[in-house]
Design a binder for this molecule. Structure first.
Ligand SMILES: [Fe+2]
Ligand SMILES: [Fe+2]
Length: 216
């Protein structure tokens, strides 16, 4: 009888884990939006791009949700990087460049210690790894890089090229797509690049519309 009561009581508890995850993520993203609106806006665009690529790769629903939120949180470590460096209009000194690169490890540490957000920590850590192993912070290569981080790496670069940065001018959709395909196997996972090509050709890549061929 006591056992029955115990199991019935336990089953009546609401499972709040999903609610708490969303609340933590919402709070963290609000902090990012207030401190660094440009990085927040970038993260929203990266999330939209990443979802389209993830759908083309036939990721399952759980992975797509992790990808959506992981993309929103991928640059969260920038919350701890000096804004003067993040917004510096000229070329960064090498120590400044190192501080910017450190946003991967800062984001990892930050998310790893937030209950419910631990699964996004590895995305924050690995989104600047390169398929050929020449990325940072760990120099991971190929499929050793988590797939969601490989998707976000491409979506991240697409957005930076599309919208420009203080140090980099905007590029046209055709230049962007050529650049992504040129970096297949070096910077980017070829299966992710192929997915980008498919989505772009169908005209469904958010923010980047396929251009009709110029005849003149
Ligand atoms: Fe980043
Ligand atoms: Fe980014």
């Amino acid at each position: 009888m006591a056992d029955e009561f115990a199991s019935a009581s336990e089953s009546n508890f609401f499972d709040l884990s999903g609610v708490l995850d969303s609340a933590s993520a919402g709070l963290v993203l609000r902090m990012l939006a207030q401190r660094d609106p440009d990085t927040y806006a970038h993260s929203e665009r990266v999330s939209r791009l990443a979802i389209k690529i993830g759908e083309e790769l036939h990721l399952d629903t759980d992975d797509l949700e992790t990808l959506r939120l992981g993309a929103l949180l991928h640059d969260i470590g920038k919350i701890s990087v000096n804004l003067g460096i993040l917004n510096k209009p000229s070329k960064l000194e090498s120590h400044e460049f190192k501080e910017v690169q450190n946003h991967t490890l800062l984001g990892f540490e930050f998310l790893q210690h937030l209950p419910g957000l631990e699964q996004y920590a590895v995305i924050a850590r690995s989104h600047h790894e390169r398929f050929d192993g020449a990325g940072y912070p760990d120099g991971l290569q190929g499929e050793a890089i988590p797939i969601l981080a490989r998707v976000i790496a491409v979506a991240d670069s697409l957005d930076v090229m599309l919208n420009g940065r203080v140090y980099q001018k905007r590029r046209t959709p055709r230049e962007i797509i050529d650049e992504v395909s040129k970096n297949m196997n070096t910077h980017f996972d070829p299966q992710v690049v192929n997915a980008v090509m498919n989505v772009w050709q169908s005209g469904a890549l958010p923010l980047i519309e396929a251009e009709s061929e110029q005849t003149d």
